[in-house]
Design a binder for this molecule. Structure first.
Ligand SMILES: Nc1ncnc2c1ncn2[C@@H]1O[C@H](COP(=O)(O)OP(=O)(O)OP(=O)(O)O)[C@@H](O)[C@H]1O
Length: 738
C-alpha cells in the first residue's frame, strides 16, 4: 500500500480511499477523490466515503464493533483488509494489519494515518483513539468489485520541477557567482589542514620563525577569505531567495484568484496559508539546502580522499564509528515516531482549544464557560507535558549516544594518530591536520541528514502546489462575455430564465437544496425572493452568480446559458451585497470604490447618498480617508451593510443582487435606503432576498421558496389576496398593516 498524505486539514477521507485503492493496484488523484467525496470545510462524512467508494467500483460495509470483535474478524480474514477507521471521532485512518506477538501474546495495530504516516500502536493506545464512550468504534470495510478494475482512474499528474527551474532562469548570473564562491570556499577549506601540517612539521620542528609567521598570515588571510565568501553568499541567497519568493507566491496568488469559488468552500484559511509557506519552503530548499548540500558533499568527498591518503586505519575507524552513531540514531526513530504521533495529535487539540478560547471569549464570559474551557486546556497541557517528558528522555538517549560515539571516534582517531606519530609513521603536523579534517567531516553528515528531512517536506509541498496548479481555472478561452443589451435585441424576452433547476451541495445522496425551479426574472424589474430560513434563497443567488454548477436544469442570461458565460464578465455586470459581505482594512472610499483604480468622486457621492452613509463618513475626522481597520469593530452591523450597498451602487451595474442587505437597519433607515434605491433600480434587473416583508412588497414579482421549491409567484397584492404561503409569512411578521 502506498502512503498518501493528507494535503489539507479535511483531506483524511479522500487520502484513506486513495491508500485503499493503491493497495488494490490503482492510483487515484486526491483532487478527483475530493470532488467525488464532495469535500467541504467540515471534511467528509462516512456516507460521502461510501458514495465515493461506490463510484470507484468498491463495495463498503460499515460497522460499529468492539476491539475484540475487530481482532476476531481481521485475524480470521472474515473482512477485507485494509479497512478505514473513524479515529478520535473526528478523523479517518487506514488499518493495515493486526499482529499478535508470539512471546507477549499482545496485539499491535499497524495503521496509516494520512496526517502523520505509517504507525504501529499497542492495543491500549489503539483503543484510546478508536473507541467511543460506549466502548465501540466505527470501521468501514472496503472491497473492490470487477468495476474497480475496469475503471480508468484520474491519476495524480507528476509535478514537473521545470516549473520551478523556470523561476531560476532570471537569476542565473547570481547563482553562477554563488556557485563560484562556494567552490572557492571549499577550496580554501581544503588548504587549512595542509597549512596546519606545515606550520608544525616545517615551521615549529625546524624552528623556522619566518615560515611560522608566513603560515599564520596565510591562515589569517584564508580565514578572512572564508568570512568574505560567507557574507557574499548570504547576500546573494537573500536577494535571490526574496525575489524568487515574491515571484513564486505572486504567481500562486494569481492562480488562486482564477480558481472557481467552489474551490474555497473546502479549504480552511490555514490550508491556503500552508500553501504560501509551501512556496517559501521550496524556495528555501532550492536556494539554500540543495546548493549547500552539494558543496558539503564535495568538501566531504575531498576530505575523505585526503584522510584516505593519510591513513586507511584512521579512515576505517571514522567510517565504522560514524555508521554506528547513525544506526544508534535510527534505532530510536521508531519509538520517537510513536511519541511524535501523540504529540502531534495533542498539539492540534491544543491549537483548536486556544483558537476557541481566543475567538469565543465574549460568548464564554456571557455563558460562564471560562473555567470549563480553561480546565479543558489545562488537561491538554498535562498530557502534552507527559509526552514532552517522554520525548526529552528519548532525545537524551539518542543525542547522548550519538555524541558518545562521535567523541569516541575523535579519541580513537587521535589515539591512533598519536601512536603513528610515536612510531614515526606520521608527523605531528599530520596528526593536527587529521584532527581538523575529522572535525570538518561531521558537518556534511549532519547537512545530509537535514537535506533528506527537508527533501521530504519539499516533496509534500510540491505535491500540494502541484494540485493547485492542476485545478481548472474558472475562465476558459472560448467563454462568452455578458455583453451589452443592444447585442441581445433580437430575443423576445429579456431577463434571466431559470429552467427546471435543481441543486444539492454534497453529492447524489445529500438533500436537494433547490428542486425543479422554473422562474423568469424580467430585465429592468425588481424580483423579490422570500421564504423561511434555509429554504434555499442564498443558494439560488449563488447559482445565478456562477459559484456552483447546477445539478440539473439551466440558467440563461438572455439567450446565453450561464455555463457558456465567463464568470468574470458576469460578475462585472452584477452588484452584489452578500449576507457575509467583507469590509477591507482600507479607507472608506476604497471600501466603496473597489472596482476603479481612480475613484470617480461623483459616483462616490451618489453611492453614499443612496446608501445613507454620507453623514456618518463626513463626520469622521478623516472623512472618506478614514481607515476602517483603524476603527475596527466600531462599525455597527447597519453601517457595514450601508458601506456594502454603497459599494454595489458605486459600480452602477446592470444587475443588482441584494441578500438581506438591510437586515441590520432600523425600519426608518431601511425605508429611506429603499426609497433611494427605488430610483437607482430604474432600468436595472434586481433580485432582493429579504425576511422583512416591508422591503419586498413593492417588488414587481415576489417568489416564495419553501424547502427549495417555488410555491408562489406574484405581486404583493396578488399573493396576499391568495392567502397562501406568502400570506402566512406576512402574517407571522405582523406586517400586513404596513
Ligand atoms: N456550503 C454549503 N454546504 C452544504 N450545505 C449548505 C451550504 N450552504 C448552505 N447549505 C444548506 O443549504 C440549505 C439552504 O441554505 P441557504 O443559505 O440557501 O438558505 P436561505 O434560504 O438563504 O437561508 P437564510 O434565510 O437563513 O439565509 C440549508 O439547509 C443549508 O444548511
Amino acid at each position: 500500500m502506498k502512503f498518501t498524505p493528507q494535503h489539507d486539514q479535511m483531506d483524511c477521507g479522500p487520502a484513506c480511499l486513495s491508500m485503499i485503492a493503491s493497495h488494490y493496484g490503482k492510483e487515484y488523484s486526491i483532487q478527483f477523490l475530493r470532488e467525488t467525496c464532495y469535500l467541504t470545510r467540515e471534511g467528509v462524512s462516512l456516507l460521502a466515503i461510501v458514495q465515493a467508494a461506490d463510484k470507484m467500483g468498491m463495495t463498503t460495509l460499515s460497522a460499529k464493533l468492539t476491539v475484540d470483535k475487530l481482532i476476531e474478524l481481521v485475524l480470521s480474514s472474515q473482512v477485507p483488509m485494509p479497512c478505514i477507521l473513524h479515529w478520535n471521532q473526528s478523523h479517518f485512518v487506514v488499518l493495515r494489519k493486526i499482529n499478535r506477538n508470539s512471546l507477549t501474546r499482545k496485539y499491535t495495530f499497524q495503521l496509516a494515518d494520512p496526517g502523520h504516516g505509517f504507525i504501529t500502536l499497542s492495543q491500549d493506545k489503539f483503543e484510546a483513539s478508536w473507541l467511543s464512550e460506549d466502548k465501540e468504534g466505527v470501521a468501514m470495510f472496503v472491497e473492490p468489485t470487477p468495476k474497480f478494475y475496469e475503471l480508468n482512474p484520474q491519476k495524480n499528474v507528476k509535478f514537473s520541477i521545470r516549473y520551478l527551474l523556470d523561476y531560476l532562469i532570471p537569476f542565473r548570473k547570481h547563482l553562477s557567482v554563488m556557485l563560484i564562491l562556494l567552490l572557492i570556499g571549499s577550496g580554501l577549506n581544503l588548504i587549512f589542514p595542509f597549512l596546519t601540517q606545515d606550520l608544525i612539521d616545517k615551521g615549529i620542528n625546524h624552528k623556522n620563525l619566518n615560515l611560522i609567521v608566513l603560515i599564520l598570515i596565510a591562515q589569517l588571510s584564508l580565514f578572512v577569505g572564508v568570512i568574505v565568501i560567507e557574507i557574499l553568499r548570504n547576500w546573494i541567497t537573500l536577494i535571490v531567495g526574496a525575489h524568487l519568493s515574491i515571484n513564486i507566491i505572486s504567481d500562486f496568488l494569481k492562480k488562486i484568484f482564477k480558481l472557481p469559488i467552489k474551490f474555497f468552500d473546502s479549504k480552511m484559511v490555514g490550508d491556503l496559508q500552508q500553501r504560501i509557506q509551501d512556496n517559501e519552503r521550496i524556495e528555501h530548499f532550492i536556494t539554500s539546502q540543495s546548493i549547500l548540500t552539494v558543496f558539503s558533499m564535495i568538501t566531504f568527498i575531498v576530505f575523505f580522499g585526503v584522510l584516505c591518503y593519510y591513513s586507511y586505519e584512521i579512515l576505517a575507524i571514522y567510517l565504522v564509528l560514524t555508521i554506528v552513531a547513525v544506526f544508534w540514531s535510527f534505532a530510536w526513530l521508531k519509538k520517537r515516531k510513536i511519541v511524535d504521533y501523540f504529540r502531534f495529535q495533542e498539539q492540534s487539540r491544543n491549537q483548536s482549544s486556544i483558537y476557541e478560547i481566543l475567538n469565543g471569549v465574549t460568548e464564554m464570559k456571557l455563558n460562564q464557560l471560562e473555567d470549563y474551557k480553561r480546565n479543558e486546556w489545562e488537561e491538554i497541557q498535562k498530557k502534552l507535558f507527559k509526552i514532552n517528558i517522554r520525548i526529552l528522555r528519548l532525545d537524551q538517549f539518542q543525542n547522548s549516544g550519538f555524541e558518545f560515539f562521535n567523541q569516541l571516534k575523535n579519541i580513537l582517531v587521535t589515539c591512533l594518530a598519536a601512536y603513528f606519530v610515536v612510531q614515526d609513521k606520521m608527523t605531528l603536523g599530520q596528526l593536527m591536520s587529521v584532527s581538523y579534517i575529522i572535525g570538518q567531516m561531521n558537518s556534511p553528515v549532519n547537512q545530509l541528514v537535514t537535506f533528506f528531512r527537508s527533501l521530504q517536506d519539499a516533496r509534500l509541498s510540491l505535491e500540494r502546489l502541484n494540485e493547485v496548479q492542476q485545478i481548472a481555472e474558472e475562465e476558459q478561452p472560448n467563454q462568452i462575455h455578458l455583453l451589452d443589451k443592444s447585442l441581445n435585441e433580437h430575443i423576445e424576452r429579456h431577463g434571466i430564465q431559470i429552467n427546471n433547476l435543481s441543486f444539492q451541495y454534497q453529492g447524489p445522496m445529500s438533500p436537494f437544496v433547490l428542486k425543479d425551479i422554473d422562474l423568469f426574472i424580467p430585465e429592468g424589474k425588481v424580483t423579490a425572493i422570500v421564504g423561511i430560513s434555509g429554504s434555499g434563497k442564498t443558494t439560488l443567488m449563488k447559482l445565478l452568480l456562477k459559484f456552483y454548477e447546477s445539478v440539473q436544469g439551466d440558467i440563461f442570461y438572455n439567450e446565453y446559458n450561464i455555463n457558456e458565460l465567463s464568470a468574470k464578465s458576469l460578475r462585472e455586470n452584477v452588484g452584489v451585497v452578500m449576507q457575509d459581505g467583507f469590509i477591507f482594512s482600507d479607507t472608506m472610499e476604497r471600501n466603496i470604490a473597489t472596482s476603479d483604480s481612480t475613484i470617480d468622486n461623483e459616483r462616490l457621492q451618489q453611492a453614499v447618498q443612496i446608501a445613507c452613509i454620507k453623514d456618518f463618513i463626513e463626520e469622521l475626522p478623516l472623512g472618506y480617508k478614514t481607515k476602517i481597520g483603524s476603527i475596527g469593530n466600531s462599525i455597527s452591523g447597519g453601517q457595514r451593510q450601508r458601506i456594502l450597498i454603497a459599494r454595489a451602487v458605486y459600480r452602477n451595474p446592470r444587475y443588482i443582487f441584494l441578500d438581506e442587505a438591510t437586515s441590520f437597519l432600523d425600519a426608518k433607515s431601511e425605508k429611506m435606503i429603499h426609497d433611494n434605491l427605488k430610483k437607482f433600480f430604474v432600468g436595472k434587473t434586481v433580485i432582493i432576498i429579504a425576511h422583512r416583508l416591508s422591503t419586498v412588497k413593492n417588488a414587481d414579482q415576489i417568489v416564495v421558496l419553501e424547502e427549495g421549491k417555488i410555491v408562489e409567484i406574484g405581486s404583493h397584492e396578488e399573493l396576499t389576496h391568495k392567502q397562501g404561503a406568502y400570506y402566512q409569512l406576512v402574517k407571522n411578521q405582523l406586517e400586513l398593516g404596513n
